[in-house]
Design a protein around this ligand. Sequence first.
Ligand SMILES: *Cc1c(COP(=O)(O)O)cnc(C)c1O
Length: 406
Amino acid sequence: MLDSKAQPPGPPAPDAHLHPETRLVHGGILRSQFGETSEALFLTQGFVYDRAETCEARFKNEDPGYQYTRYSNPTVSMFEDRLAMLEGAEACRAVATGMAAVNGALMGLVKAGDHVVAPRAMFGSCRWIIEEMLPRFGVTSTLVDGTDLDQWRKAAATPNTTVFFLETPCNPTLEVLDIAGIAAIAHEVGALLIVDNVFATPLYQRPLALGADVVVYSATKHIDGQGRCMGGAILASKVLIEERIQLYLRMTGPSISPFNAWVLLKSLELMPVRIARQAETAGRLADAMLGIPGVTKVIYPGRKDHPQADVIARQMSGPSTLIAFEVTGGKAGAFRFQNALKLVSISNNLGDVKSLITHPATTTHSRFKPEERADLGISDGMLRLSVGLEHIDDLVADLKQAAEVL
Ligand SMILES: *Cc1c(COP(=O)(O)O)cnc(C)c1O
């Protein structure tokens, strides 16, 4: 049996000299008495105690074993510890979805009277939480142009600014924000910076090392990588997680299923191989797309003509599996193009091994007014392509034949 005294968790001392690929295969293993090679799935709600005294001690936090899966679970701990080792974070809490991670991080850190600063360009649901939900609890916000550091500085000048929240590269325009510069402004006013690192993945961008205080993920995307399980994670210092965030999660219950945590744990092992190939294909595809008639603009974080190429060179160690591009003919052109694709599927999801395409103006960003979309750089002819593991030649051929309708 797992030694209950040894649990739960806190990552086993991360071997800092090991490379990410190695940590993702060996990190955070809690091996049972059977000595399994592949990590065990503890699909259980509860845990039994040998004696009433043990149970009492555990509820008093004097015995560090497991109590109830809403609080923690050995399979979930393995996923958390492995991700924490990769990220270089002291602590991680896994949750049911990416939005549960965003909500959990924000709700754990703010209180009535606080002020949050965030960019206008953000994943739609994150913007809803900040603009629509937080005000119900007395938390105000200012939305800025994320690329303009002066706007962050100005917005933070109110004495009650406690949290900065951002996402980079952001959805769907792949605009890139200066994490170190924004973290410094946050810390000048005593605020904490939360970074949604979904688009970069923990392999290509390390916000904590750049000065961020909290990193959140939708594990649904590149971490699963195969379009199966929903999941999310919050990573930060032990103090922030244990004193500010953990109790909110335990009491409100956005817990991840141990089954989903197991899938995501095993997915982490292959993530570097998948992402490296998908990003390489995306880079080649981005270049090829510029030569396709009807494609008028390509935004890709790996290209020298990306508007924030200098920031990317400073803060990212790899490019992206996503490409934003524009086609002629506005919405009608974008629709004709999507409908003509044979291999690439129309889906608002991303990070899958299957290539997926979406039209942000009528899906993820349809709740915004046309002028708001224009301000974010989302035109009616813009499409977002999530590049999968298909062969580059097949993808180029599919995009080329679809572009004939433009
Ligand atoms: C998908 C996504 C989320 C939300 O994650 P879910 O797992 O769908 O809840 C948050 N932020 C970004 C940038 C995303 O792409």
